[in-house]
Design a protein around this ligand. Structure first.
Ligand code: NAD
Ligand code: UD1
Length: 310
Protein backbone atom coordinates (compact mmCIF):
# COMPACT_ATOMS: atom_id res chain seq x y z
CA UNK A 1 0.00 0.00 0.00
CA UNK A 2 1.50 3.39 -0.95
CA UNK A 3 2.10 5.73 2.00
CA UNK A 4 0.37 8.70 0.43
CA UNK A 5 -2.66 9.42 2.58
CA UNK A 6 -6.30 9.19 1.61
CA UNK A 7 -8.02 12.49 2.40
CA UNK A 8 -11.34 12.10 4.21
CA UNK A 9 -13.22 15.40 4.35
CA UNK A 10 -15.75 15.32 7.18
CA UNK A 11 -13.70 12.52 8.72
CA UNK A 12 -14.55 13.52 12.30
CA UNK A 13 -18.26 12.99 11.66
CA UNK A 14 -20.46 9.92 11.96
CA UNK A 15 -19.81 8.19 8.62
CA UNK A 16 -16.34 9.69 8.20
CA UNK A 17 -14.97 8.45 11.50
CA UNK A 18 -16.11 4.87 10.83
CA UNK A 19 -14.41 5.06 7.43
CA UNK A 20 -11.23 6.42 9.03
CA UNK A 21 -11.16 3.44 11.42
CA UNK A 22 -11.62 1.02 8.52
CA UNK A 23 -8.91 2.69 6.42
CA UNK A 24 -6.41 2.67 9.28
CA UNK A 25 -7.21 -1.00 9.94
CA UNK A 26 -6.43 -1.76 6.29
CA UNK A 27 -3.04 -0.08 6.54
CA UNK A 28 -3.83 3.24 4.85
CA UNK A 29 -2.51 6.58 5.99
CA UNK A 30 -5.39 9.01 6.47
CA UNK A 31 -5.65 12.79 6.45
CA UNK A 32 -8.86 14.29 7.82
CA UNK A 33 -10.13 17.76 6.96
CA UNK A 34 -12.99 18.77 9.24
CA UNK A 35 -14.24 22.04 10.71
CA UNK A 36 -15.76 20.19 13.68
CA UNK A 37 -19.13 21.87 13.10
CA UNK A 38 -20.91 18.59 13.77
CA UNK A 39 -17.95 16.20 13.94
CA UNK A 40 -16.08 15.50 17.16
CA UNK A 41 -12.44 14.93 18.02
CA UNK A 42 -13.55 12.06 20.25
CA UNK A 43 -14.71 10.16 17.17
CA UNK A 44 -11.10 9.80 15.99
CA UNK A 45 -8.34 7.54 17.31
CA UNK A 46 -5.99 10.29 18.38
CA UNK A 47 -2.31 9.57 18.46
CA UNK A 48 -2.55 6.96 15.67
CA UNK A 49 0.72 7.24 13.76
CA UNK A 50 -0.99 7.11 10.34
CA UNK A 51 -3.72 9.67 11.13
CA UNK A 52 -3.40 13.39 10.56
CA UNK A 53 -6.19 15.86 11.42
CA UNK A 54 -6.43 19.27 9.84
CA UNK A 55 -9.07 21.52 11.32
CA UNK A 56 -10.36 23.58 8.44
CA UNK A 57 -13.15 24.36 6.03
CA UNK A 58 -13.90 22.78 2.64
CA UNK A 59 -15.41 26.13 1.61
CA UNK A 60 -11.89 27.64 1.75
CA UNK A 61 -10.31 26.93 -1.67
CA UNK A 62 -6.74 27.68 -0.59
CA UNK A 63 -7.00 25.40 2.39
CA UNK A 64 -8.48 22.57 0.33
CA UNK A 65 -5.67 22.93 -2.20
CA UNK A 66 -3.10 22.66 0.59
CA UNK A 67 -4.75 19.65 2.16
CA UNK A 68 -5.30 17.74 -1.10
CA UNK A 69 -1.60 18.14 -1.97
CA UNK A 70 0.28 14.91 -1.43
CA UNK A 71 -2.82 12.71 -1.13
CA UNK A 72 -3.62 9.81 -3.42
CA UNK A 73 -7.42 9.89 -3.28
CA UNK A 74 -10.24 11.80 -1.64
CA UNK A 75 -13.42 10.70 0.13
CA UNK A 76 -15.56 13.82 0.21
CA UNK A 77 -18.04 13.57 3.06
CA UNK A 78 -17.85 17.05 4.61
CA UNK A 79 -21.24 18.70 4.48
CA UNK A 80 -24.08 20.00 6.57
CA UNK A 81 -25.86 16.64 6.81
CA UNK A 82 -29.22 17.96 7.95
CA UNK A 83 -31.86 18.58 5.31
CA UNK A 84 -33.74 20.86 7.74
CA UNK A 85 -30.63 22.93 8.51
CA UNK A 86 -30.42 23.70 4.78
CA UNK A 87 -34.03 24.89 4.78
CA UNK A 88 -33.18 27.33 7.58
CA UNK A 89 -29.77 28.44 6.25
CA UNK A 90 -29.52 27.92 2.47
CA UNK A 91 -26.50 30.22 2.04
CA UNK A 92 -24.38 28.74 4.81
CA UNK A 93 -25.27 25.23 3.69
CA UNK A 94 -24.40 26.02 0.09
CA UNK A 95 -20.87 27.08 1.04
CA UNK A 96 -20.15 23.75 2.68
CA UNK A 97 -22.25 21.48 0.50
CA UNK A 98 -21.64 22.85 -2.96
CA UNK A 99 -18.64 25.22 -2.91
CA UNK A 100 -16.83 22.58 -0.84
CA UNK A 101 -17.33 20.01 -3.61
CA UNK A 102 -16.19 22.42 -6.29
CA UNK A 103 -13.06 23.24 -4.27
CA UNK A 104 -12.27 19.53 -3.97
CA UNK A 105 -12.72 19.04 -7.75
CA UNK A 106 -10.48 21.99 -8.60
CA UNK A 107 -7.74 21.01 -6.17
CA UNK A 108 -7.77 17.44 -7.51
CA UNK A 109 -7.60 18.66 -11.10
CA UNK A 110 -4.69 20.98 -10.35
CA UNK A 111 -2.76 18.24 -8.61
CA UNK A 112 -3.60 15.39 -10.95
CA UNK A 113 -5.54 13.25 -8.44
CA UNK A 114 -8.24 11.05 -9.92
CA UNK A 115 -10.21 8.91 -7.49
CA UNK A 116 -12.87 10.65 -5.40
CA UNK A 117 -15.80 9.15 -3.51
CA UNK A 118 -18.75 11.46 -2.95
CA UNK A 119 -21.62 11.28 -0.47
CA UNK A 120 -24.70 12.33 -2.38
CA UNK A 121 -28.15 11.58 -1.09
CA UNK A 122 -31.51 9.97 -1.73
CA UNK A 123 -32.83 13.50 -1.19
CA UNK A 124 -32.05 14.28 -4.86
CA UNK A 125 -35.13 12.26 -5.91
CA UNK A 126 -37.57 14.37 -3.89
CA UNK A 127 -40.94 12.65 -3.93
CA UNK A 128 -40.51 11.14 -7.39
CA UNK A 129 -40.78 7.38 -7.54
CA UNK A 130 -42.91 7.45 -4.42
CA UNK A 131 -44.40 4.11 -3.46
CA UNK A 132 -41.88 2.02 -5.35
CA UNK A 133 -38.20 1.19 -5.17
CA UNK A 134 -36.36 4.20 -6.61
CA UNK A 135 -33.74 3.43 -9.24
CA UNK A 136 -30.99 5.83 -10.26
CA UNK A 137 -32.77 6.92 -13.46
CA UNK A 138 -35.83 8.16 -11.59
CA UNK A 139 -36.33 11.88 -12.35
CA UNK A 140 -34.62 14.15 -9.86
CA UNK A 141 -36.73 16.70 -8.03
CA UNK A 142 -34.64 18.23 -5.28
CA UNK A 143 -37.04 19.79 -2.76
CA UNK A 144 -34.53 21.54 -0.51
CA UNK A 145 -31.25 23.48 -0.75
CA UNK A 146 -29.56 20.37 0.65
CA UNK A 147 -30.86 18.21 -2.19
CA UNK A 148 -30.14 20.86 -4.84
CA UNK A 149 -26.52 21.17 -3.63
CA UNK A 150 -26.03 17.40 -3.69
CA UNK A 151 -27.44 17.12 -7.21
CA UNK A 152 -25.36 20.06 -8.45
CA UNK A 153 -22.27 18.49 -6.86
CA UNK A 154 -22.99 15.27 -8.77
CA UNK A 155 -23.18 17.18 -12.06
CA UNK A 156 -19.91 19.01 -11.38
CA UNK A 157 -18.13 15.79 -10.48
CA UNK A 158 -19.36 14.34 -13.76
CA UNK A 159 -18.08 17.38 -15.62
CA UNK A 160 -14.64 16.93 -14.07
CA UNK A 161 -14.80 13.23 -15.03
CA UNK A 162 -15.50 14.01 -18.68
CA UNK A 163 -13.25 17.03 -18.95
CA UNK A 164 -10.35 16.32 -16.61
CA UNK A 165 -10.23 12.56 -16.04
CA UNK A 166 -11.47 12.52 -12.44
CA UNK A 167 -12.80 9.12 -11.32
CA UNK A 168 -15.76 10.01 -9.15
CA UNK A 169 -17.68 7.27 -7.37
CA UNK A 170 -20.94 8.99 -6.56
CA UNK A 171 -23.13 7.36 -3.95
CA UNK A 172 -26.68 8.36 -3.12
CA UNK A 173 -26.84 7.31 0.51
CA UNK A 174 -30.30 6.57 1.84
CA UNK A 175 -30.67 6.83 5.64
CA UNK A 176 -27.49 5.64 7.30
CA UNK A 177 -27.58 5.01 11.05
CA UNK A 178 -25.44 3.59 13.82
CA UNK A 179 -23.09 4.43 16.69
CA UNK A 180 -21.56 7.96 16.70
CA UNK A 181 -24.47 9.51 14.82
CA UNK A 182 -24.83 12.57 17.02
CA UNK A 183 -28.33 12.82 18.56
CA UNK A 184 -27.77 16.21 20.17
CA UNK A 185 -29.48 18.46 17.61
CA UNK A 186 -33.17 18.40 16.64
CA UNK A 187 -31.87 18.04 13.07
CA UNK A 188 -29.89 14.88 13.79
CA UNK A 189 -30.73 11.54 12.18
CA UNK A 190 -34.07 10.25 13.44
CA UNK A 191 -32.77 6.91 14.75
CA UNK A 192 -30.07 8.59 16.83
CA UNK A 193 -32.68 10.90 18.37
CA UNK A 194 -35.35 8.26 18.97
CA UNK A 195 -32.99 5.68 20.49
CA UNK A 196 -31.29 8.18 22.77
CA UNK A 197 -34.51 9.68 24.02
CA UNK A 198 -36.22 6.31 24.40
CA UNK A 199 -33.29 4.95 26.40
CA UNK A 200 -33.45 8.00 28.72
CA UNK A 201 -37.25 7.95 28.97
CA UNK A 202 -37.55 11.42 27.40
CA UNK A 203 -40.51 12.38 25.17
CA UNK A 204 -40.14 11.76 21.44
CA UNK A 205 -41.48 14.12 18.77
CA UNK A 206 -42.96 12.61 15.62
CA UNK A 207 -43.28 15.02 12.70
CA UNK A 208 -46.30 14.18 10.54
CA UNK A 209 -48.37 11.01 10.86
CA UNK A 210 -45.42 8.64 11.27
CA UNK A 211 -46.32 6.78 8.10
CA UNK A 212 -43.39 8.32 6.18
CA UNK A 213 -40.83 5.64 5.33
CA UNK A 214 -37.06 5.46 5.06
CA UNK A 215 -34.63 2.83 3.74
CA UNK A 216 -32.32 2.59 6.76
CA UNK A 217 -28.79 1.21 6.26
CA UNK A 218 -26.52 0.24 9.14
CA UNK A 219 -23.15 2.01 9.06
CA UNK A 220 -21.07 -1.20 8.89
CA UNK A 221 -22.92 -2.21 5.71
CA UNK A 222 -21.92 1.07 4.05
CA UNK A 223 -18.23 1.11 4.96
CA UNK A 224 -17.37 -2.07 3.04
CA UNK A 225 -18.88 -0.54 -0.10
CA UNK A 226 -16.79 2.62 0.24
CA UNK A 227 -13.58 0.59 0.64
CA UNK A 228 -14.39 -1.35 -2.54
CA UNK A 229 -14.96 1.89 -4.46
CA UNK A 230 -11.65 3.28 -3.27
CA UNK A 231 -9.79 0.19 -4.43
CA UNK A 232 -11.74 -0.70 -7.61
CA UNK A 233 -9.58 -0.71 -10.77
CA UNK A 234 -12.16 1.48 -12.49
CA UNK A 235 -15.36 3.35 -11.68
CA UNK A 236 -18.27 3.27 -14.09
CA UNK A 237 -20.06 6.59 -14.63
CA UNK A 238 -23.42 7.11 -12.96
CA UNK A 239 -24.43 7.50 -9.34
CA UNK A 240 -25.22 4.43 -7.23
CA UNK A 241 -27.96 4.19 -4.61
CA UNK A 242 -26.89 2.94 -1.21
CA UNK A 243 -30.12 1.57 0.12
CA UNK A 244 -31.33 -1.97 0.58
CA UNK A 245 -34.76 -2.05 -1.02
CA UNK A 246 -36.34 -2.06 2.43
CA UNK A 247 -38.54 0.62 3.84
CA UNK A 248 -39.67 1.17 7.38
CA UNK A 249 -42.22 3.70 8.59
CA UNK A 250 -41.42 5.78 11.64
CA UNK A 251 -44.40 4.20 13.41
CA UNK A 252 -42.85 0.74 12.81
CA UNK A 253 -39.46 2.06 13.91
CA UNK A 254 -41.01 3.14 17.23
CA UNK A 255 -42.56 -0.32 17.61
CA UNK A 256 -39.16 -1.92 17.05
CA UNK A 257 -37.56 0.32 19.66
CA UNK A 258 -40.39 -0.40 22.07
CA UNK A 259 -39.96 -4.15 21.54
CA UNK A 260 -36.27 -3.90 22.39
CA UNK A 261 -36.72 -1.67 25.45
CA UNK A 262 -39.99 -3.12 26.69
CA UNK A 263 -41.67 0.32 26.63
CA UNK A 264 -41.64 3.75 25.00
CA UNK A 265 -41.73 7.25 26.47
CA UNK A 266 -44.48 9.69 25.50
CA UNK A 267 -44.69 10.30 21.71
CA UNK A 268 -45.71 13.90 20.87
CA UNK A 269 -47.07 14.74 17.42
CA UNK A 270 -46.08 17.81 15.46
CA UNK A 271 -46.64 19.08 11.90
CA UNK A 272 -44.69 17.45 9.06
CA UNK A 273 -41.46 19.30 8.27
CA UNK A 274 -41.24 21.45 5.12
CA UNK A 275 -39.48 19.65 2.29
CA UNK A 276 -39.74 16.33 4.12
CA UNK A 277 -39.82 13.32 1.83
CA UNK A 278 -42.75 10.97 2.25
CA UNK A 279 -41.51 7.58 1.06
CA UNK A 280 -38.00 6.47 0.42
CA UNK A 281 -36.95 3.01 -0.70
CA UNK A 282 -33.96 2.30 -2.92
CA UNK A 283 -33.63 -0.06 -5.79
CA UNK A 284 -30.35 -1.77 -4.91
CA UNK A 285 -29.89 -3.35 -8.35
CA UNK A 286 -27.00 -1.17 -9.50
CA UNK A 287 -25.34 -1.34 -6.10
CA UNK A 288 -25.38 -5.16 -6.24
CA UNK A 289 -24.17 -5.16 -9.85
CA UNK A 290 -21.14 -3.05 -8.99
CA UNK A 291 -20.25 -4.02 -5.42
CA UNK A 292 -20.18 -7.11 -3.23
CA UNK A 293 -22.71 -6.79 -0.41
CA UNK A 294 -22.64 -8.82 2.78
CA UNK A 295 -25.93 -9.90 4.34
CA UNK A 296 -27.42 -6.55 5.50
CA UNK A 297 -27.58 -5.93 9.23
CA UNK A 298 -31.17 -6.54 10.40
CA UNK A 299 -32.88 -3.50 11.90
CA UNK A 300 -33.28 -5.15 15.31
CA UNK A 301 -29.52 -5.85 15.50
CA UNK A 302 -28.65 -2.30 14.41
CA UNK A 303 -31.02 -0.80 16.97
CA UNK A 304 -29.73 -3.14 19.68
CA UNK A 305 -26.21 -1.79 19.09
CA UNK A 306 -27.52 1.67 19.99
CA UNK A 307 -29.76 0.71 22.88
CA UNK A 308 -27.34 -1.68 24.54
CA UNK A 309 -28.54 -4.72 26.47
CA UNK A 310 -32.21 -4.24 27.38
P1 NAD B 1 -21.93 14.32 10.14
O1 NAD B 1 -22.55 15.64 10.44
O2 NAD B 1 -21.65 13.42 11.29
O3 NAD B 1 -20.58 14.50 9.29
C1 NAD B 1 -20.30 15.61 8.50
C2 NAD B 1 -18.90 16.08 8.85
O4 NAD B 1 -18.53 17.16 8.00
C3 NAD B 1 -18.80 16.58 10.29
O5 NAD B 1 -17.63 16.03 10.90
C4 NAD B 1 -18.67 18.09 10.12
O6 NAD B 1 -17.96 18.69 11.20
C5 NAD B 1 -17.97 18.18 8.79
N1 NAD B 1 -18.19 19.44 8.07
C6 NAD B 1 -19.37 20.06 7.83
N2 NAD B 1 -19.18 21.19 7.12
C7 NAD B 1 -17.84 21.27 6.90
C8 NAD B 1 -17.02 22.21 6.25
N3 NAD B 1 -17.54 23.32 5.67
N4 NAD B 1 -15.68 22.00 6.20
C9 NAD B 1 -15.14 20.91 6.80
N5 NAD B 1 -15.87 19.98 7.46
C10 NAD B 1 -17.21 20.17 7.51
O7 NAD B 1 -22.90 13.61 9.09
P2 NAD B 1 -22.80 12.18 8.37
O8 NAD B 1 -24.11 11.54 8.57
O9 NAD B 1 -21.56 11.48 8.77
O10 NAD B 1 -22.72 12.65 6.84
C11 NAD B 1 -21.55 12.50 6.04
C12 NAD B 1 -21.91 12.80 4.60
O11 NAD B 1 -22.87 11.86 4.14
C13 NAD B 1 -22.54 14.18 4.38
O12 NAD B 1 -22.07 14.67 3.13
C14 NAD B 1 -24.02 13.89 4.28
O13 NAD B 1 -24.71 14.86 3.54
C15 NAD B 1 -23.98 12.56 3.57
N6 NAD B 1 -25.18 11.75 3.77
C16 NAD B 1 -25.48 11.26 5.01
C17 NAD B 1 -26.61 10.46 5.15
C18 NAD B 1 -27.02 9.87 6.47
O14 NAD B 1 -28.06 9.23 6.52
N7 NAD B 1 -26.24 10.04 7.54
C19 NAD B 1 -27.42 10.17 4.04
C20 NAD B 1 -27.09 10.74 2.80
C21 NAD B 1 -25.94 11.51 2.67
C1 UD1 C 1 -31.42 11.90 6.13
C2 UD1 C 1 -30.05 12.50 6.40
C3 UD1 C 1 -29.58 13.27 5.18
C4 UD1 C 1 -29.65 12.34 3.97
C5 UD1 C 1 -31.05 11.73 3.79
C6 UD1 C 1 -31.03 10.66 2.70
C7 UD1 C 1 -29.34 13.21 8.62
C8 UD1 C 1 -29.47 14.18 9.72
N1 UD1 C 1 -30.11 13.40 7.55
O1 UD1 C 1 -32.39 12.95 5.91
O2 UD1 C 1 -28.22 13.68 5.37
O3 UD1 C 1 -29.24 13.01 2.83
O4 UD1 C 1 -31.40 11.06 5.00
O5 UD1 C 1 -32.24 9.98 2.66
O6 UD1 C 1 -28.57 12.27 8.71
N2 UD1 C 1 -38.23 12.97 12.38
C9 UD1 C 1 -39.14 12.92 13.41
N3 UD1 C 1 -38.73 13.29 14.67
C10 UD1 C 1 -37.45 13.69 14.93
C11 UD1 C 1 -36.51 13.72 13.86
C12 UD1 C 1 -36.95 13.36 12.60
O7 UD1 C 1 -40.32 12.58 13.22
O8 UD1 C 1 -37.14 14.00 16.10
C13 UD1 C 1 -38.67 12.57 11.03
C14 UD1 C 1 -38.40 13.60 9.94
O9 UD1 C 1 -39.42 14.56 9.87
C15 UD1 C 1 -38.37 12.70 8.72
C16 UD1 C 1 -37.75 11.39 9.26
O10 UD1 C 1 -37.89 11.43 10.66
O11 UD1 C 1 -39.66 12.41 8.25
C17 UD1 C 1 -36.27 11.25 8.92
O12 UD1 C 1 -35.62 12.46 9.29
P1 UD1 C 1 -34.01 12.59 9.32
O13 UD1 C 1 -33.43 11.52 10.15
O14 UD1 C 1 -33.69 14.00 9.66
O15 UD1 C 1 -33.62 12.18 7.85
P2 UD1 C 1 -33.90 12.71 6.38
O16 UD1 C 1 -34.57 14.04 6.37
O17 UD1 C 1 -34.52 11.57 5.66
Amino acid sequence: MSDLPVLVTGGAGFIGSHLVDALLARGYSVRVLDNLSSGKLDNLPFGHSRLELIEGNVADAAQVREVVAGCKAVVHLAAVASVQASVIDPVGTHRSNFIGTLNVCEAMREQGLRRVLFASSAAVYGNDGEGEAIDEDTPKTPLTPYAADKLASEHYLDFYRRQHGLEPAIFRFFNIYGPRQDPSSPYSGVISIFTERAAKGLPITLFGDGEQTRDFVYIADLIGILLQALEAPQILPGAVNVGLNRSLSLNRLLEEISALLGSLPEVRRDAARPGDIRHSQASDRRLRQRYRLPEPTPMAAGLASLLGPA
